[in-house]
Design a protein around this ligand. Structure first.
Ligand SMILES: Cc1cc2nc3c(=O)[nH]c(=O)nc-3n(C[C@H](O)[C@H](O)[C@H](O)COP(=O)(O)OP(=O)(O)OC[C@H]3O[C@@H](n4cnc5c(N)ncnc54)[C@H](O)[C@@H]3O)c2cc1C
Ligand code: FES
Length: 512
């Protein structure tokens, strides 16, 4: 969250020497008590708000790319010219100020008006979005920003309006984030933008020829264009002897609240699965003073995704906070509070949380006969095999221009960016989806950032030290960088993302 201005920062109202601001660099300061950043690109200087509108990341520590600035924490991208949030996870603009150059000094003058939605634009007769999550909300937001004026409906099986899902396993579950931080938008947002939000409503069928969907309660909705943003569902693991009330999964706000409800009187919890969600749950419950044991078949947590070294680092990090791991085993049965593992070990648990992965939610798309390939198949414009029907987020598999392979990922920022690009393409903009995949994960005070996509690699190079919590881990195949994990090296993460984007642009030029 934004801090109060520090008084020792330069006051840009009094002028700032341009020679002290190198090309491509930024400096933070203030004007009338508001924190802002001066950013220089060639001969141009811009003044923008100091804090990212996502979680308040310090933009001065980010990266200038063209006439944009990237946030160091989760890579949101803002226009330096008008502050617009060009790419998720930030959805709101940062303020901008007018600049005046007098002699060799830069003066910050009055605040500029925030960017307004584009003028009403042609588009489909109506847009229906199935899914009230990351991709669905970002798409609806972008449709209105791009000037789409027609009927717009989000249908969501969730009971709550779109929420900050990543927070459900982190600060909210740990008890350090308030409940009112969790909804992504307040109720008036939907009212003001005329976004019809149908909650607790599951779409049961899609008629691609008749251009309509039918909800479980029988209500039908026609659409001019459709976005499938149905996300993914947690994999359910049957555990012999366990009752439903003992087993918890975590996907929705309600799931997180249910775990918190149980946590208030729990002393011991077993987490099954050393996935990101499983480990984040372990960290958050530890923060609540609960004794947590993690059971997983892997030899190191997250080894398949980030390799043995990072896996071992994460394991040691959790162990230092009191988590006990039982690796190479699974749960064979439960009897009351007694949990038995496949190696005969007995544990005790007040309840069990399962974080054993998710499956893309494909039922609707499959029933409608859309092309499926371990996800809803989409082209580079995020359009499915049926014209006018788009898909985005965890459910969609798209052609990744960086590797040439079709991929499907489960990342918040990717889902939102897909939603934003799908929205533009619903309006006929023909924008290719070429974002470099990015995700972050938080374990206690350690944030792990990941850019790129490496399912398999033949070399891992570590620059710096995992133990010192200061490193970049590079995953390569055939000498080519596929992905980079960073800890405490946010700028390097942004630079790695930029290098991959440049790679995509160069490839395109060669092809052209
Ligand atoms: C606890 C948790 C923590 C996470 N932390 C991180 C993180 O730190 N970093 C990161 O990058 N990613 C994280 N993720 C993953 C991230 O949240 C997902 O990648 C992202 O939410 C995917 O967005 P989506 O829009 O595709 O799906 P979702 O956000 O899951 O939304 C899907 C929506 O579709 C609705 N739906 C599905 N089927 C139907 C239907 N038939 N009819 C109507 N509605 C339907 C659902 O109700 C839901 O509203 C986390 C996920 C969870 C659960
Ligand atoms: S705080 Fe800036 S992207 Fe998250």
């Amino acid at each position: 969250m934004a801090e109060t201005p520090e008084t020792n920062k330069p006051d840009f109202r009094n002028g700032f020497p341009i020679r002290d601001l190198g090309d491509g660099s930024m400096i933070s300061g203030q004007a009338d008590g508001e924190e802002l950043v001066l950013a220089r690109r060639g001969d141009e200087v811009f003044a923008i708000g100091a804090h990212c509108t996502h979680y308040g990341g310090p933009l001065a520590e980010g990266l200038i790319v063209g006439d944009t600035v990237r946030c160091p924490w989760h890579h949101a991208c803002f226009s330096l010219r008008n502050g617009e949030a060009l790419r998720a996870p930030a959805l709101d603009p940062v303020p901008c100020w007018r600049i005046e150059r007098l002699g060799d000094k830069i003066f910050v003058r009055e605040k500029l008006s925030p960017p307004t939605p584009k003028r009403a634009t042609e588009g489909p007769s109506s847009v229906v979005i199935v899914g009230g999550g990351a991709a669905g909300l970002a798409a609806a937001d972008m449709l209105r920003r791009e000037g789409y004026d027609g009927p717009l409906t989000i249908v969501s099986a969730d009971a709550s309006p779109p929420v900050d899902r990543p927070n459900l396993s982190k600060d909210y579950l740990a008890g350090t984030a308030q409940e009112d931080w969790i909804p992504l938008r307040p109720p008036e947002y939907y009212r003001d933008r005329r976004i019809d939000l149908l909650l607790h409503s599951r779409v049961s069928s899609l008629d691609t020829k008749g251009r309509r969907i039918v909800l479980e309660d029988g209500k039908a909705l026609e659409f001019g264009a459709l976005l499938l943003a149905t996300g993914a569902d947690p994999v359910h693991l049957p555990i012999e002897g366990a009752t439903d009330s003992q087993l918890h999964y975590l996907r929705t706000f309600a799931d997180s609240k249910a775990i918190i409800g149980k946590a208030s009187s729990a002393k011991r919890v077993v987490v099954v699965g050393a996935s990101f969600i499983g480990l984040e749950v372990a960290a958050s419950l530890c923060t609540r003073g609960i004794s947590v044991e993690v059971v997983a078949p892997d030899s190191q947590p997250l080894e398949r995704i980030m390799g043995a070294d990072v896996g071992q680092f994460i394991r040691k990090l959790h162990e230092a906070h009191g988590v006990t791991f039982h690796l190479g085993v699974t749960v064979s049965g439960v009897n009351g509070r007694a949990v038995t593992l496949t190696d005969g070990t007995h544990l005790e648990a007040d309840f069990i949380v399962l974080g054993v992965g998710v499956r893309p939610s494909l039922t609707l798309a499959e029933q409608a006969g859309l092309a499926i390939d371990r996800g809803i198949e989409v082209n580079e414009y995020l359009e499915t095999s049926t014209a006018g029907i788009f898909a985005a987020g965890d459910a969609a598999r798209w052609p990744n221009p960086h590797t040439g392979e079709r991929i499907r990922v489960e990342h918040w920022v990717v889902a939102e960016r897909m939603g934003q690009v799908a929205a533009k393409n619903i309006l006929g903009r023909r924008e290719k989806f070429d974002a470099v995949p990015f995700f972050w994960s938080q374990h206690y005070d350690v944030a792990i950032n990941y850019v790129g996509h490496a399912e398999k690699w033949d070399a891992i190079e570590i620059d710096g030290s995992l133990d010192a919590r200061d490193c970049a881990v590079v995953y390569k195949k055939g000498g080519r960088t596929l992905a980079t994990v960073t800890i405490s090296r946010d700028l390097q993460s942004l630079q790695a993302e930029g290098a991959m984007e440049t790679g995509i642009r160069l490839q395109r030029r060669e092809v052209a």
